[in-house]
Design a protein around this ligand. Structure first.
Ligand code: GDP
Length: 449
């Protein structure tokens, strides 16, 4: 899959921030430098990278730190938002003509980009949506292209139209339009001829087709593997023929993914779909936000962050973190975190939101902590803490076997259960002390890092 190496490098940049609770402007600059290099290495357009890092930097320094988020999480959030914006923010659909009108889609692109395959993939998608597409073979230079389209149309069980290779593509398109009208097809997908490089003949031919039929959307198919070239190709096609949307193919390959990140920003043309394989079902609608999360490789963290924004009682969380930091976390705090957990739905959520905790916690640490406070045991745990004296709650060190017996009796539980809980509490405390990045989280701070 594309973006693997980019993902890895971005995550490294974030990892370096995670150890720090409070970030200086230099920390941010250093992280942004790493992010910039990662994007350039992924073949993202130079100007796009420059705009991107400037936007993140400005926002990072200019905004409030959200309650409940540590600065490192905040940087991840900004990078996610800016990546999404770079790719066009909203998902764009192919625009169909209203009512009974026939929508003509012209597929253009260089030879080998994946036009013919993508035309058939798209026809399949349209059919699923209840459209009645007609696949039209306008590539008369490559006889194999006509056969390839026919075979794919059969596989997709959609209608196919060809006049062989002896007619002009513009005449074929016009005849196909008439054929569609008679046969009740409401979408025409024209598969046009590509060339190895952009050339005038190809552009003239596309112009001619456009002047013959009323093309609703011209969709450019570009190969993601060609990186920067894909962006140049898109610009030229747009200047010469006009492009309404882009489909990026071969994103399943080991392309560095830069094209996906730059095309929209450079050309202003939305990416509609991405090709994720050779099979006819391997076409996915393009969601900029999901792609950004995929690139960041941290969808879960991002949803936790969202949750943090919406639900967390940040002042409480900050207080808890402060206590953890000073190794003062006691049974009272445990009770508070339990009630927050109830609100949030799980220890993992609350840990994700305690500034400085979430992102430094490994899976095994997390499951240990989860085990310590299994939700089903919450009520009993609360009963145990409620049976403690105020002194025991605020000073866990004084706990001893006599006290535990008394607590067990008070809570109506077995001594073994109290023993287990106290042990787990101590373990959790120890673990918290060891966790990286516990210096931050002072609630609301101005001026960013
Ligand atoms: P055209 O010359 O633009 O019509 O390109 P084709 O449709 O003939 O595609 C060229 C090659 O790219 C074929 O081998 C396709 O199977 C392959 N291809 C097209 N789209 C994808 C994709 O999304 N992923 C992969 N892995 N291969 C693709």
């Amino acid at each position: 899959m594309a973006f693997e190496s980019l993902s890895e490098k971005l995550q490294n940049a974030f990892r370096n921030l995670r150890g720090k609770g409070r970030l200086s402007e230099d920390d941010v600059k250093l992280a942004l430098k790493e992010i910039r290099i990662a994007l350039l290495e992924a073949d993202v357009n130079y100007r796009v990278v420059k705009d991107f890092t400037r936007a993140v930097q400005e926002r990072a320094v200019g905004t409030d730190i959200l309650n409940g988020l540590n600065p490192a999480q905040q940087v991840v959030k900004l990078v996610d938002e800016e990546l999404t914006r770079m790719m066009g923010s909203e998902t764009r659909e192919i625009a169909y003509r209203p009512g009974q009108e026939i929508t003509v889609i012209m597929m253009i692109g260089l030879q080998g980009a994946g036009k013919t395959t993508t035309a058939a993939k798209l026809a399949g998608k349209m059919k699923q949506k209840g459209k009645r597409p007609l696949l039209v073979a306008c590539d008369i230079y490559r006889p194999a292209a006509i056969d390839q389209l026919r075979i794919n149309a059969e596989k997709q069980q959609v209608a196919f139209f060809s006049m062989g290779d002896k007619n002009r593509p513009s005449d074929i398109a016009r005849a196909a339009y008439e054929h569609a009208r008679k046969n009740n097809n409401n979408v025409l997908i024209l598969d046009t001829a590509g060339r190895l490089h952009i050339d005038e003949d190809m552009m003239a031919e596309l112009e001619e087709i456009k002047s013959g039929v009323d093309v609703a959307q011209t969709i450019l198919v570009v190969d993601a593997m060609t990186g920067q070239d894909a962006v140049n190709v898109a610009q030229t096609f747009d200047q010469k023929v006009g492009v309404d949307g882009v489909i990026l193919t071969k994103l399943d390959g080991d392309s560095r993914g830069g094209a996906a990140l730059s095309i929209r920003a450079v050309t202003g043309k939305p990416i509609l779909y991405v090709g994720m394989g050779e099979k006819l079902s391997d076409l996915e609608q393009f969601y900029p936000d999901r792609m950004a999360s995929r690139i960041l490789g941290m969808g879960d963290v991002l949803s936790l962050i969202e949750k943090a924004e919406q639900e967390i009682d940040a002042e409480e969380a900050a207080k808890l973190t402060d206590k953890v930091k000073k190794a003062e976390f006691d049974y009272n705090d445990y009770l508070t975190s339990l009630s927050q957990m109830r609100k949030m739905g799980g220890i993992s959520s609350i840990l994700g939101m305690l500034p400085g905790l979430g992102m430094g916690v490994s899976k095994s640490q997390m499951s240990q902590i989860e085990g310590a406070v299994d939700e089903k045991k919450l009520a009993r745990t609360e009963a145990i803490i409620h049976s403690m004296t105020p002194q025991e709650r605020s000073d866990p060190k004084i706990m001893n076997i006599h006290r535990k017996h008394r607590i067990a009796r008070g809570a109506g539980l077995d001594i073994a259960e109290v023993n287990r809980f106290v042990k787990q509490f101590e373990q959790t405390r120890k673990m918290m002390k060891k966790m990286p990045g516990l210096m931050g989280g002072k609630g609301r701070r101005r001026g960013g890092f």
